[in-house]
Write a protein of this length. Structure first.
Length: 176
């Protein structure tokens, strides 16, 4: 993990982080069945080790933020699973919702923002939340570049563990 990522994680540990759609979906799918990660089209670009990395990062923070837009996208994508996997994912989703802090910005407000025309409603909402001082963790390169270019705290998930996706939580600073 690079020094910049370590600094962002440490600086935001007690404030929390917002996890973007694809990563939150990975978290739910991987928690149902790790082998499902390679089989489910929507998260098949990730490896099981990515799930482990994400799980460790999420557990590192005291708070995890989300938005209604992200949750809607995750729900719609998870709905593409079938049978027991779908049922288990929705059950996990429902249970986990109580652990997430949902931030709401009215869609009409978000639609008036500059990022809306470039990214659409979900990512424009994420940009507004980043502007409130929250760390954003995403796998979306255009969104990531926009956020860091705007001076916001953002981490590209692919920068967290560049060497074989190995992640040692002992490398992170301890909670104070």
């Amino acid at each position: 993990m690079n020094e910049h990522a370590e600094q962002l994680l440490a600086r935001n540990r007690n404030k929390g982080a917002l996890i973007d759609t694809n990563l939150l979906l990975l978290l739910f799918v991987g928690s149902v069945r790790r082998d499902l990660i390679s089989k489910f089209k929507r998260v098949s670009k990730f490896a099981v080790e990515d799930y482990d990395t994400l799980f460790n990062v999420v557990n590192y923070f005291g708070k995890i933020f989300t938005t209604p837009n992200i949750l809607t996208e995750v729900s719609n994508l998870a709905g593409q699973l079938s049978g027991a996997d779908r049922d288990d994912c929705f059950e996990r989703f429902a249970t986990t919702l109580t652990l997430l802090e949902e931030k709401y910005i009215p869609s009409a407000t978000v639609a008036q923002s500059k990022p809306f025309k470039k990214f659409g409603i979900t990512d424009a909402c994420i940009a507004q939340i980043a502007g409130q001082g929250h760390l954003i963790i995403t796998d979306d390169f255009p969104l990531y570049h926009f956020l860091i270019g705007s001076g916001y705290d953002a981490l590209n998930f692919y920068h967290l563990a560049p060497m074989n996706w190995k992640f040692d939580p002992k490398l992170l600073p301890r909670k104070q």
